[in-house]
Each structure stands twice: as C-alpha cells, then as structure tokens.
Design a protein around this ligand. Sequence first.
Ligand code: FAD
Length: 316
Amino acid sequence: MKELKTDLLIIGAGPGGMAAALYAKRSGLDFIIVEKNMAGGQIINTDLIENYPGFLDNPSGFELAQKLSEHCKKFEIDIMEYFSIDKIEEADHKDGGKTYKFKSTGSDSYIYSRALIIATGAKPDRLDVKGEAEFIGKGISFCATCDGALYRGKEVAVVGGGDTAVEEALFLSNLVDKVYLIHRRDELRACDMLQCRARDNGKIEFLWSSVVEEFVGDEKLESIIIKNKNDGSTRKIAVAAAFEYVGWEPNSDMIKHLVDTDQKGFIIADMTMKTSHEAIFAIGDVRNTPFRQVITAVADGAVAAMYVDKYFLEQG
Ligand SMILES: Cc1cc2nc3c(=O)[nH]c(=O)nc-3n(C[C@H](O)[C@H](O)[C@H](O)COP(=O)(O)OP(=O)(O)OC[C@H]3O[C@@H](n4cnc5c(N)ncnc54)[C@H](O)[C@@H]3O)c2cc1C
C-alpha cells in the first residue's frame, strides 16, 4: 500500500470538488483531490446546461465538466482520477509537527489528512417496483443523454416531475415519437420555464397522479402498468424505454459513521459546510441542501475551501 499525506483530502471531482480544489489552490493549501471515475461528476451525462451563469452558448454537461477540469489543470491541480475512497477512519498520526486525523483508504493507497471535504455527490433513487431490477439496462435507464438515441422513433416514458425529469423528457422528445411523463402528483415541481416548454411540446403526454406499478416485458421492457392514485384504476402503456428521475441517494456510506446525516444519509452541514465533525466538510449534492444544481455545488465548494483554510489557521 502506498502512503500519502496531505493537509486536506477532497473526495470527488464533480463541480463541487473541483471548485473546492480551485479555491484551496488559491489559498495555498496543501491538498489532494481524488475521483473514482473521470473528473466531471453527474453533469457528464447531461445534454444541456442552460442555467449556469456566464455560459450563454448552453454547453453540454460534458463540455462544462471539461471546462472545470481545464481550469484545474491551468491551476496545476492534479486530480487523481479512477481513485475511489472506500473507507475512512479516524487516526491520530503524528508526523513533522502535524497531527493527521483521518486515514482514507482506496485504490492500493491510504491517505492521511488533517481535514476532509466530502464532495461525493448522489446517485439516482429507484422506484423499487416489480420488474425494475430485471429491466435496468434492458429498457430502464437513468440517463436520457446516454441512452435516448437507442429509442429513436419509438415511444418511451419518463418518471418524475422535477427539473431533471422535465429537462430529459424535452430532450427525448427530439428523438422519439412520444414521451409519457408519469408523475405521482397533479402538478410538476419543475421550474415554470421548463413546465411551459413541456406543455407546449406536442410529443409529451402527461399522466398525472400516476405511479408505476410494474415494468413488463420478455427479454426487454415492453410496457408499464400505471396506477392512477385518485381512482385506483390501472392502465398498461406500451413503451420501449423508461427513464427514471425520482430523487437522489447520497454517496455517503464511507463517512456516515463519522458525521451526522439526515434519514436518507445526506450529510448535515452548517453554512460554512462544516459537519458535526470539526474537520469534516460536506458540499454539493451529498449535503442536505435544499437545491441540487451545479451552481450550488460550486458555491459550496468555494465556501468549504475558505473555511478549511480558516480552520487550519485556528489550529496553528
Ligand atoms: C440528468 C441530469 C441533468 C442535470 N441537469 C442539470 C442542469 O441542467 N443544471 C444544473 O445546474 N444541474 C444539473 N444537474 C445536477 C448536477 O449535475 C448536480 O447538482 C451536480 O453535478 C452536483 O455536483 P457535486 O460535485 O456535488 O456532485 P457530483 O456531480 O455527483 O460529483 C460527485 C463526484 O464524486 C465522485 N465520487 C463518489 N464517490 C466517490 C468515492 N468514494 N471516491 C472518490 N470519488 C467519488 C463521483 O464519481 C462524482 O464524480 C443534472 C443532473 C442530472 C443527473
């Protein structure tokens, strides 16, 4: 096992982690940033980012992620990609006048650090209904940008009612013949602009107050049984694919034993991004934030890096 030591370990190089790294660099902090995949985070799989200020040409998520990576490179930040932290333990490791509080293990190395910024984001929730596990990858997908083109000219469903569900339904409407938007409420949660576009889109049919009861098919997904919550009636719709956008689950398993979380496992942090542990900060989608977007993740990253700097100054 390779042993590394640093003042600050940033875990995750999505928008939040990369912003934290940029601010940490500018503050002259000694830090390491690791990322279990390629740098970029969830936006890599997104078609269009229309709401990130200053980017008037509506970049794809992949392009915005690349811009953030390039910014890190320009600042000579070396993101350790394909490096997953699997275990974090409290430590009391003294060396060179410093006390390292954490030992984070992953990818044949362990990294001692004095502080942590957790920027590990979130992954899609599942519906947990009959047939779902069987058809994931065989018609059920969590990424329209990745898989939408496979269903060109067909009929598909999107499940959910928030910004992401509506954005992805609009994206799919450019490829497929019809999109059923299945939502458990009788109104969408998505912002007004997206709602208007979806309502004006002739290819999107709304199935209000409806939940998926079962995914049905032989080798691949062929149809969905939908239940209307108001009258209990069921209906079967034939679709080639279903895209689920029903919520998020935090990537916090490796740190949950050291910090307070909410019921779903999102890490509780204060306005300085500090958690219940004085040397652990949490940012972006993994935090119990009311809004999960690129702009909030990068803002969290900046705040956390500045307060980590302050924490080190107070520690002496
Ligand atoms: C389909 C879709 C469309 C979206 N559209 C928009 C949009 O238009 N506008 C907008 O503002 N936002 C959009 N979002 C939301 C946006 O992508 C997120 O809010 C944002 O990416 C959160 O950034 P983050 O850095 O907190 O987390 P993430 O982007 O999730 O990044 C976390 C990173 O941590 C890494 N990681 C996880 N666990 C470990 C580990 N154990 N060790 C090392 N690395 C780890 C992950 O691989 C990942 O790269 C969209 C999201 C999706 C899924």
